[in-house]
Write a protein that binds this ligand. Structure first.
Ligand code: GCW
Length: 672
């Protein structure tokens, strides 16, 4: 989206050229230099003219960017109150005919303001009269890379890791810089470089030198580096006998390790930890709690102002309780026991990044602990690199959900932005979909999900429509007809996928292990909760997971008013019907159809809608370059095949329980 292609609209171009005369970006920092460079590259691309970006104001300067401290002209524009309100990262843009000012408290804020301004140009908006105050709603706006040191990426579908550990620390790939530019342009300010299934080798001196180099590259773009910490590192690297968090020698080991890291990277963000989950070591190995583990690390980084992000994605093989409930069981009793520099990072739903999940019951259940949102940008369970799914509507559905923790309006967004329970540490992260593919994200349309994550972490009130609009205009074309049709496709993709994969609350019926394609029949894995049959529970009576009081009672972990929308099978929001209920095959839906016929209807409608996506896409051929047009066309062919595969596989399998026909007006599924 930083293509900066020539602006086609001549009158707008003229208007822009009148506004941007002798542009100035004040400041001597590396960040200010980056802002100057970005502006000059962008203006050359967009206008075709080369601009010298000054670093001093002169008599002809009518476009001035810089911190309030750098110029009296700029400080006169803003009030004290505004300056307090915008903090370190918020920015202000004011423009009237022939004058444009971009300012903030820091050079980073000014860089963010410049990216915002460039977006206005890239999306062909008016810039003559502007009065923008933009303040991020969350402090940490993060990407989590699940990148391994051998450059494979767990759940990565866009090639190998962009971190070239072999050639670091000497060789700085231009990709690191472009990655930082892309992130800064959407406000992402933190990145965990390594897989949460962590390798302790990253904490060895040789690797820390490499990490330092990346941190040095990212720093002027406002991006802090975090590392994942393998809990057993003191044993593996320090040759200690234990990693018990209450053991003084273990504590000293981590303190020394933190000191070593901070001596190289003074603004190191801190540690991200997956512990006692899916075989990872953790404090429970020593009969200690998650809080004991997190606080030990938190103590080690506290003197350096670092933080610990402790993941709540836990469920244990030996625990017979509904997997949905295990994180709350483990974490709710620990509310109030975490140090002040610990955040608990919670996946958006209680199972695992499904096409649709109700919000995680931990949101609203730990008022004394700052909770950080974890979304998955990479499409592990959403068709990986062949399916076009725009995730902003999924992210927003979760953020807008009401936890009712403090009455109506206690949305998940208000839990994570700290406003509900008065927290200052706030954040949102996305498991990155970035790899070394030439287009960064595998599917060309998947870049929109990286973009959406950043935009929503900055301001979760931005609509999906706006995000799609901005991204399409910058990435492809400002052609009105193109934007309108393609946006329509994007905005429907997520519901279409839910229909052909996991309609009316079905979940986790993907093939096991790789999670690609359908596998609802799998039942032979030794961990019951890894088998899809555990989740759909189809039998001769019906289908779905009873999580109400007569079943696992996972629903009991939600506040009563939240529960109400799901608890009664006859009034349950049908998007979540089979998530919370075991419904009989003949249970009547609001549509008048039986559950069986509704499944048939959804699976067919979903697959047919992919045909519609393709038809709409084909109309765009003349609007964009042949390469991306063809890439997306071919991927849509694949997506259609996969949607049919899902439809046929799931319906034929569930039919063995329902014993009901697929109505004859539907093309009958091919059993091969
Ligand atoms: O969704 C599951 C993935 C694992 C992942 C785990 C987690 C990093 O299948 O690959 O491990 O979640 O989030 O920890």
């Amino acid at each position: 989206w930083l293509r900066y292609v020539p602006i086609k609209n001549k009158s707008l171009l003229l208007e822009y050229k009148k506004q941007i005369v002798s542009p100035v970006v004040l400041g001597t920092s590396a960040t200010a230099a980056i802002a100057r460079k970005e502006l000059s590259v962008a203006l050359l691309g967009l206008t075709g003219s080369s601009y010298l970006i000054n670093s001093n104001i002169n008599t002809s300067s009518v476009f001035i960017a810089g911190t309030v401290k750098s110029s009296a002209v700029l400080s006169a524009l803003v009030t004290k109150e505004e300056l307090n309100r915008i903090g370190n990262e918020g920015f202000i843009i004011k423009a009237k005919p022939g004058k444009t000012f971009i300012t903030g408290n820091t050079d980073l804020a000014v860089l963010y303001g410049i990216f915002h301004y460039l977006r206005l140009l890239q999306t062909n908006q008016k810039v003559i009269n502007l009065n923008v105050i933009s303040i991020p709603k969350l402090k940490l706006r993060m990407l989590n890379h699940w990148d391994n040191l051998n450059r494979t990426v767990e759940r990565g579908y866009a090639g190998f890791s962009i971190w070239d550990w072999h050639r670091l620390p000497t060789f700085i790939d231009q990709r690191y810089i472009d990655y930082a530019r892309a992130n800064a342009s959407i406000g992402i300010n933190a990145v965990a470089l390594t897989n949460v299934n962590a390798n302790s080798i990253i904490l060895t001196p040789a690797y820390l030198e490499k990490v330092k180099k990346l941190a040095d590259v990212f720093r002027p773009y406002g991006i802090k580096v975090f590392l994942t910490a393998r809990f057993s590192s003191p044993i593996e690297l320090g040759r200690l006998k234990t990693a018990d968090p209450l053991d003084a020698i273990v504590q000293q080991w981590w303190t020394a390790k933190a000191n070593e890291i901070y001596s190289l990277i003074p603004d190191f963000g801190g540690f991200l930890v997956k512990a006692n989950s899916e075989g990872q070591p953790g404090p429970q190995d020593y009969k200690r709690t998650h809080a004991d583990g997190a606080n030990m690390l938190a103590n080690a980084v506290a003197p350096h102002k670092g933080i610990v992000i402790w993941r709540a994605f836990v469920y244990a093989a030996e625990n017979p309780v509904d997997r949905h409930m295990q994180a709350n069981d483990d974490f709710v009793p620990l509310d109030g026991k975490f140090n002040s520099n610990v955040m608990v990072q919670v996946k958006n739903g209680a199972i695992d990044f499904m096409p649709r999940e109700p919000f995680h019951p931990l949101f609203g259940a730990m008022p004394k602990t700052p909770l950080m949102m974890e979304f998955q940008v990479t499409q592990e369970y959403l068709g990986q690199a062949t399916n076009w799914v725009f995730l902003a509507p999924l992210f927003k559905e979760v953020l807008d959900s009401d936890t009712y923790a403090k009455g109506k309006g206690s949305t998940v967004a208000k839990v994570i932005d700290g406003s509900l329970d008065d927290h200052t540490l706030t954040g949102m992260t996305g498991v990155a979909n970035i790899g070394n593919d030439i287009n960064w994200t595998g599917h060309p349309m998947a870049q929109a999900n990286w973009y959406a994550l950043g935009r929503l972490a900055w301001d979760y009130n931005i609509t999906s429509d706006t995000i799609a609009d901005e991204w399409l205009r910058m990435t492809f074309s400002n052609d009105a007809a193109f934007v309108k049709s393609t946006k329509q496709i994007m905005l429907r993709t997520r519901e279409i996928m839910v229909d052909y994969m996991n309609p009316i609350g079905l979940h986790h019926i993907m093939a096991t292990g790789h999670h690609y394609g359908p596998g609802p029949w799998v039942s032979n894995l030794n961990r019951p909760e890894w088998n899809p049959v555990y989740y759909h529970k189809a039998d001769s009576v019906g289908i779905g997971f009873n999580r109400t009081a007569s079943g696992s009672n996972a629903i009991g972990q939600y506040h009563p008013e939240a529960r109400k929308q799901w608890e009664n099978i006859s009034t349950c929001n049908e998007k979540y019907l089979l998530w919370f209920h075991h419904a009989s095959w003949n249970h009547k839906m609001k549509s008048g159809r039986s559950v069986w016929n509704e499944l048939v209807y959804r699976y067919y409608t979903g697959a047919d809608s992919v045909k519609w996506m393709k038809q709409e896409w084909l109309k765009q051929q003349s609007k964009i370059d042949a390469q991306r047009f063809n890439d997306v066309s071919m991927l849509l062919d694949t997506q259609l095949e996969e949607a049919k595969w899902w439809r046929n596989a799931c319906l034929l399998y569930f039919q063995t329980f329902s014993k009901q026909p697929i109505p004859s007006n539907y093309e009958q599924p091919d059993k091969t």
